[in-house]
Design a protein around this ligand. Structure first.
Ligand code: ZN
Length: 185
């Protein structure tokens, strides 16, 4: 659970720290507004993908299941600025599948935490391996990082691409080819 009182105090202090007056009219509600917003954008802190991924059902005719273009928003843990983009999640069923919305839900649970993109990619792949127990998983994330576009190297539109490959996808190049074919690349 987010400690909203603590977040309110911290934001007021932060505003003071940058030389602002947290008491002025435009800022008076800001600490509370941010505390409420953090409850939403960090709600993944309290959530476990197990509950989402363990509701599986049998599928006799299964192969690669790919859910692509799952839009996600996350917060970079180094700068507390957003990074956002698309996740593409594929798994090779071991006889059981989950509802497609559950893959998007899993992405969201991990995205709504302070994150780095590499770790987010790995956590999605590993949790699907652990709870859904498929033959293999392949997860690709493409994201734009505000900490790269509004400061630092300032490269708007630059995409960071990360990949996590597990199980059968690791060992069988044909399965990886199939993933890229299904992705249309
Ligand atoms: Zn950053």
């Amino acid at each position: 659970m987010i400690d909203k009182a603590k977040v309110r105090q911290a934001v007021a202090l932060l505003l003071e720290g940058i030389g602002e007056d947290p008491g002025r009219e435009g800022l008076r509600e800001t600490p509370d507004r941010i505390a409420r917003m953090y409850e939403e954008i960090f709600e993944g802190m309290d959530q476990n993908p197990r509950e989402v991924l363990e509701k599986t059902f049998e599928a006799s005719n299964s192969g690669i299941v790919l859910e692509k273009d799952i839009v996600f928003y996350s917060i970079c843990e180094h700068h507390l600025l957003p990074f956002y983009g698309k996740a593409h999640v594929a798994y090779l069923s071991g006889g059981r599948v989950v509802g497609l919305s559950k893959l998007a839900r899993t992405v969201e649970i991990f995205a709504r935490r302070p994150q780095i993109q590499e770790q987010l990619t790995v956590q999605i792949a590993d949790s699907i391996m652990e709870y859904l127990k498929p033959e293999g998983v392949m997860v690709m994330l493409e994201a734009e990082h505000m900490c790269m576009t509004m400061r630092g190297i300032k490269k708007p539109g630059a995409l960071t691409v990360t990949l996590a490959v597990r199980g059968a996808f690791e060992n069988d190049p044909h399965l990886q080819e199939e993933f890229w074919r299904m992705m249309g690349r």
